[in-house]
Design a protein. Structure first.
Lengths: 116, 243
């Protein structure tokens, strides 16, 4: 099974906007996906966005990539502009989140009910 | 009569959850909501009510057998919907998972013909086929959901998943497991029973327990009380980090 279209797109963008070559860009993303327990074959936009938001900038910084924050902002912008939409399958998290009538619930976990 | 408590709870919760999911489907028009709702409705309240309608309303008449076969048909449609749900949610890209509902529907249709034409007291081949396909359907769904819960539980610990959604995978898996155990219990009891005998109290208690567990798990999976959601949220690492 091939990598998801989202993974291919972001790795190409990462290669284009940084000094990482193709292998490094894909390897970087695979490493971060492994940390977050996501699968590159079934990766969707919201999962990719989580990895960009939470892990990528720090990792690029450690790798010596210049302006990691702006790289991440650019990736986010282009990922939204690409508009993968319904062609990329929803994750079970998104489906169950919707069925719990919590349409705002994404795999991020940041939308959990406020704790007291 | 002992079994009515747990099975009744399962009917009520199954009806509430399926009606809520149908309402949600009315807004979203998404397949998972529709298949989960029809699955619960067919396997639970609708299927069983028609199944039990014959012996209660028209006992000992040919109509009772018609009720029985119609109930099984409705239940079969529920299982078909449940297997489509499992495929669509957990294995949307797997060809074997797409084939499972088709194969199961064909098998259940054959079993239904068996129930309709084979006289009672004869061979039980249709019962074997029917129950094992239904148990396989429930066990598959349970295995997928519990397997996915294991992954999301670790993601919750890392702050990458929602604790309530993760818990709903666990609850859905438990509900389906209890359902599979219930069907296996009926199967064993029917095979062990002499013709014309009723189920023993022990079997009824076991079935009631399965119904109760399934009802409680379904309730937490799809109608989680706010206190339960808050409790889960306070246990998540993101909440701990904020406090």
């Amino acid at each position: 099974m091939a990598d998801s279209a989202v993974f291919d797109f972001v790795s190409e963008e990462l290669e284009r906007t940084t000094n990482l070559d193709r292998m490094e860009a894909r390897g970087t993303l695979r490493l971060l996906l492994k940390q977050a327990l996501f699968d590159s074959k079934t990766l969707n936009v919201s999962q990719m966005q989580m990895v960009i938001d939470r892990l990528l900038a720090a990792h690029l910084c450690r790798c010596g990539v210049e302006n990691p924050e702006s790289v991440c902002e650019g990736l986010t912008r282009n990922l939204k502009a690409k508009g993968f939409g319904p062609s990329v399958a929803e994750s079970p998290d998104e489906i169950f989140g919707r069925m719990l009538r919590r349409p705002e619930a994404t795999p991020l976990g940041s939308e959990s009910p406020p704790s007291k | 009569m002992i079994g009515i408590g747990g099975i009744g709870a399962f009917f009520v919760v199954g009806l509430l959850v399926s009606l809520r999911l149908l309402g949600l489907w009315h807004k979203t028009r998404q397949l998972p909501e529709l298949t989960a709702a029809l699955g619960l409705l067919g396997i639970g309240p609708l299927g069983f009510c028609v199944l039990m309608g014959g012996p209660i309303l028209v006992p000992g008449t040919p109509l009772a057998h018609l009720f029985f076969v119609t109930g099984l048909a409705l239940q079969g449609l529920g299982f078909l919907a449940a297997s489509v749900f499992t495929w669509r949610v957990f294995r949307p890209g797997a060809p074997w998972a797409r084939a499972f509902p088709i194969a199961m529907a064909a098998g259940l249709a054959v079993a239904l013909v068996g129930y309709a034409v084979v006289p009672s007291g004869g061979s039980h081949w249709h019962l074997h086929l029917d129950i094992w396909l239904k148990v396989a359907c429930l066990a598959w769904g349970a295995a997928e959901s519990l397997g996915y819960w294991r992954v999301t539980r670790r993601r919750v610990a890392l702050g990458f998943a929602d604790a309530l959604v993760s818990a709903s995978f666990l609850c859905w898996g438990i509900a389906l497991s209890a359902g599979a155990l219930g069907f296996l219990g009926i199967y064993v009891a029917v095979l062990a029973l002499p013709p014309g005998e009723h189920l023993g109290a022990g079997v009824e208690v076991a079935l009631s327990l399965c119904g109760m567990v399934s009802a409680a798990a379904l309730f937490l999976a799809f109608l989680p009380p706010k206190a339960y959601a808050r409790w889960l949220a306070t246990r998540s690492p993101t909440a701990e980090a904020q406090s």
